[in-house]
Write a protein that binds this ligand. Structure first.
Ligand SMILES: Cc1ncc(COP(=O)(O)O)c(C=O)c1O
Ligand SMILES: Nc1c(O)cccc1C(=O)C[C@H](N)C(=O)O
Length: 421
């Protein structure tokens, strides 16, 4: 993308609609009044309009110097001493607490490590085990039927291991589908394709009323909106850190186990890092207390410490401010698309209601087979979103670095691309 330039109103080639100039002026005014505007300088960005932070967040400037120090000094000079002296050994819990602040989890409940897929496995199997302690007849795992595929694949395997079956249900129907046979419901907080925000408090309460547990996948909500895990009594949650948390490609994921469940959390991957006395090297497994029980093997220190540096951008930021800006950005984009794009060419599949919208806008292209080429052309013109087969254009809005004027221009370029066919 390095050769991409910001398309100006003129170069984008789109005729502004009747409200075009007004929308551009409005965007400029919103940027001028934006309390998060200065945060953009904490990232390495160029003229590209980057609307793909819901796949891979941008690089925070604090990361390269921190990683250089970790490599040259902590690894290069201190070597093995760094496990203790540089705080490497305790990084998963330390950074977990930092992630916890962004998802409403008090300290001691989040551990960072492994991928989201691996953490889905730990969470679902452990949740089924807890549910089956309550009643052996609990033999169903409800899975959000539109889930990001990895969750579904892993749930199937977890079901085979625990004598359960998977029952796919729409996320919004979990409160009515949950019943006496449900062990656990696995639900995405924000749908990766449509950007729909699901009702975490209501669904969690309904699952609890039925005596089951819930595991939330927060990949598309953490860092974009308030989650409130403790406040809503969530049992377990997982998420990645490479989207709105900007941890970098392959950054470690995290696992939340509510304090109340920790004594019964029976990990299906009880690696030595989760042992009460890992350096005792005992043949018998004795789980550690607390969030540490969610660890498995040696953490990926370079990625983990890159994430820790990336999380510094959150200093002085409230998630409420982020949410307010996210909604304003997506509102503006939807209005600009409606105004600029020829009628009937795209249709938003992201809910209009704020209470049901995450931090992305997904547009379905009307013409069959068009979306992939439209996105490729957008990228060529310096507007980076992504394409989800067969017909969805997906645009992610990261309030820490996305500006309103960029959003207005992105819609203008989209309109130009569609008009040019
Ligand atoms: C909702 C959701 N869950 C899980 C994943 C997969 O995570 P990982 O590749 O870290 O296992 C992703 C994205 O890749 C996702 O969007
Ligand atoms: N994890 C990804 C990767 O390794 C390569 C490309 C994309 C991704 C993604 O994160 C996809 C993303 N979860 C999605 O919502 O589609």
């Amino acid at each position: 993308m390095s050769d991409a330039t910001i398309p100006t109103t003129e170069s984008a080639g789109a005729e502004p609609g009747p409200r075009g100039t007004a929308l551009a002026d409005e965007a400029a005014g919103l940027d001028a009044a934006d309390p998060l505007r200065a945060k953009r300088d904490a990232f390495t960005l160029d003229d590209t309009i980057y609307l793909d932070g819901n796949s891979l967040g941008a690089l925070p400037r604090a990361v390269p110097p921190r990683l250089a120090d970790v490599i040259a000094r902590e690894w290069g000079e201190l070597r093995i001493r760094s496990w203790e002296e540089s705080g490497w050994w305790t990084a998963p819990e330390r950074i977990g607490d930092r992630v916890g602040r962004l998802i409403g989890a008090a300290p001691g409940q989040v551990v960072v490590g492994d991928s989201t897929s691996v953490n889905v496995f730990k969470a679902v199997v452990a949740a089924v085990r807890i549910a089956q302690e309550r009643g052996a007849h609990r033999d169903q795992i409800l899975v959000d039927e539109a889930t990001f595929p990895t969750d579904g694949y892993i749930a199937e395997s977890a079901a085979r291991m625990t004598g359960c079956t998977v029952r796919p249900v729409a996320a919004g129907d979990v409160p009515t589908a949950v019943g006496a046979r449900t062990a656990v419901a696995l639900v995405n907080h924000v749908d990766y394709r449509t950007g729909r925000l699901h009702d975490l408090p209501g669904t969690t309460a309904a699952v609890h009323t039925a005596g089951a547990l819930v595991v939330w996948d927060l990949c598309h909500s953490a860092g974009a909106l308030p989650v409130g895990l403790d406040a809503h009594g969530v049992d377990l949650a997982v998420g990645c850190t490479y989207k709105y948390l900007n941890g970098g490609p392959g950054a470690p994921a995290y696992l939340y186990v509510a304090q109340a469940h920790q004594p019964r959390f029976d990990s299906p991957l009880p690696g030595w890092n989760s042992h009460a006395d890992p350096f005792g090297m005992a043949a018998a497994y004795t789980p550690a207390d607390g969030a540490v029980r969610g660890r498995v093997g040696t953490p990926d220190i370079l990625s983990m410490l890159a994430l820790e540096a990336a999380l510094e951008v959150w200093d002085g930021v409230t998630i409420e401010d982020v949410r307010a800006k996210s909604l304003a950005l997506t509102d503006l984009f939807l209005r600009c698309v409606e105004d600029y794009v020829p009628a009937g060419r795209v249709r938003s599949i992201t809910p209009a209601a704020h209470a049901e919208r995450g931090s992305q806008v997904a547009l379905r292209c009307a013409a069959a087979g068009e979306a992939g080429e439209v996105m490729a052309e957008l990228v060529r013109r310096g507007v980076v979103g992504d394409f989800r087969r067969p017909d969805v254009l997906r645009f992610g809005f990261t309030p820490l670095y996305t500006g309103y004027a960029e959003v207005e221009r992105a819609a203008r370029v989209l309109a130009a691309v569609l008009k040019e066919g």
